[in-house]
Write a protein of this length. Structure first.
Length: 358
């Protein structure tokens, strides 16, 4: 299994995804050229938003396809189809950063902050923050529309693309509604572990791994039964992936995550990690953590709250849940009727998704 996973050129795949995205945006630039320099600025932000990253969604889509159709189909068309999911991801991040009032993404200003800064530097009329917000909403919408367009025009057989679009439609609805669940939980200021897991599942877990696998399976012409077999692997792995992200959002190193320390605490995220900590902490510490979430925190306050969470034992509990979910996912993968090489690569991707530092 390890040799199979090692045989996959992960860096080469990421380069091919970037090439496909760059080519797609080049074509959009030609179409939008008559709109002038403002359109150029929006396209520049689009290019930044899809630059780099782990490309996990594209990879799971690709290997979901290869798991069920290991030898057929046009390679370039398949990579284009998989790359469409990176546009969906970029759309979600642009909107998410604005809704969470995040200042940074991957070590650079978030889209709304970048556009706000451009407005201010140019001395334009009106509110720079409102301009940045409007630009981020519009860019996120544009990326979402482009994801659909890139998938539809990928070049694979029309009936397979139509089946994949059916899954994509569901994926898109789930992640947008899951995002609303998240902001609603933050607004109410409370969430037990079960509620936090529901948000996690629909905001991130399904669209990060399970649905990309399903889209890849649909592109391979697989029937629903074959695609459903991948859920036993994809859903628990997606949950483990997001639980790891929640740990990094509180305890991660800004030098590697590209976001400020304790960013999830400042944003008031009601994650599984936070819910477990609130359950375990003494009353006074729990009240301090609960009342501090979603407020402007100093570096010292972030450090203190992170220390409380660590002392609660919640990170160790989350680590244990991650291990359990990964075990369930890998067990399901071992039982699935899939190509052996793809099985090995998917095992490697599972490790990459859940043992990461960023």
């Amino acid at each position: 299994m390890a040799n199979d996973a090692a045989a996959w050129d992960q860096a080469g795949f990421r380069d091919r995804v970037q090439l496909a995205l760059d080519g797609f945006l080049d074509s959009q630039a030609e179409r939008l050229a008559p709109l002038g320099p403002d359109a150029d600025r929006l396209l520049a932000e689009a290019r930044t938003s899809v630059a780099g990253g782990k490309r996990l969604r594209a990879a799971f889509c690709y290997w979901g396809h290869r798991a069920l159709a290991p030898g057929d189909d046009d390679e370039d068309a398949l990579v284009r189809a998989c790359s469409a999911l990176e546009l969906l991801h970029a759309s979600a991040l642009v909107h998410d950063d604005y809704m969470d009032a995040s200042d940074q993404r991957r070590g650079r200003p978030a889209t709304h902050r970048q556009l706000e800064a451009e407005h201010r530097a140019s001395g334009w009329r009106g509110d720079p923050e409102q301009y940045g917000a409007a630009g981020a909403i519009l860019l996120g919408d544009l990326l979402l529309a482009w994801a659909d367009e890139m998938l539809r025009r990928c070049g694979l057989p029309a009936e397979r693309v139509a089946a994949a679009l059916d899954v994509y439609d569901l994926c898109r609805s789930e992640v947008i509604t899951g995002q609303f669940l998240d902001v609603s939980v933050q607004a109410r200021g409370r969430a037990d572990v079960d509620t936090a897991m529901t948000v996690l599942r629909y905001k991130s877990a399904k669209y990060s791994i399970e649905r990309p696998l399903h889209i890849g399976a649909a592109l391979a012409g697989a029937d629903r039964e074959a695609a459903a077999a991948l859920s036993g692997f994809g859903l628990p792995l997606g949950e483990a992936f997001q639980l790891r992200d929640d740990l990094l959002g509180v305890l991660g190193d800004p030098a590697t995550t590209g976001k400020p320390a304790g960013d999830d605490l400042v944003e008031g995220k009601r994650t599984v990690l936070v819910a477990l900590a609130l359950d375990a902490l003494p009353d006074a510490d729990a009240r301090l953590l609960d009342s501090s979430l979603g407020t402007a925190l100093t570096a010292d306050q972030v450090t203190r709250l992170a220390g409380l969470i660590e002392a609660s034992g919640a990170p160790a509990q989350v680590e244990a849940v991650i291990d359990e979910l990964v075990g369930v996912a890998l067990g399901a993968l071992d039982r699935a009727d899939v190509d052996e090489h793809a099985r090995g690569v998917l095992r490697g991707l599972a490790a990459a998704a859940t043992r990461r530092a960023v």
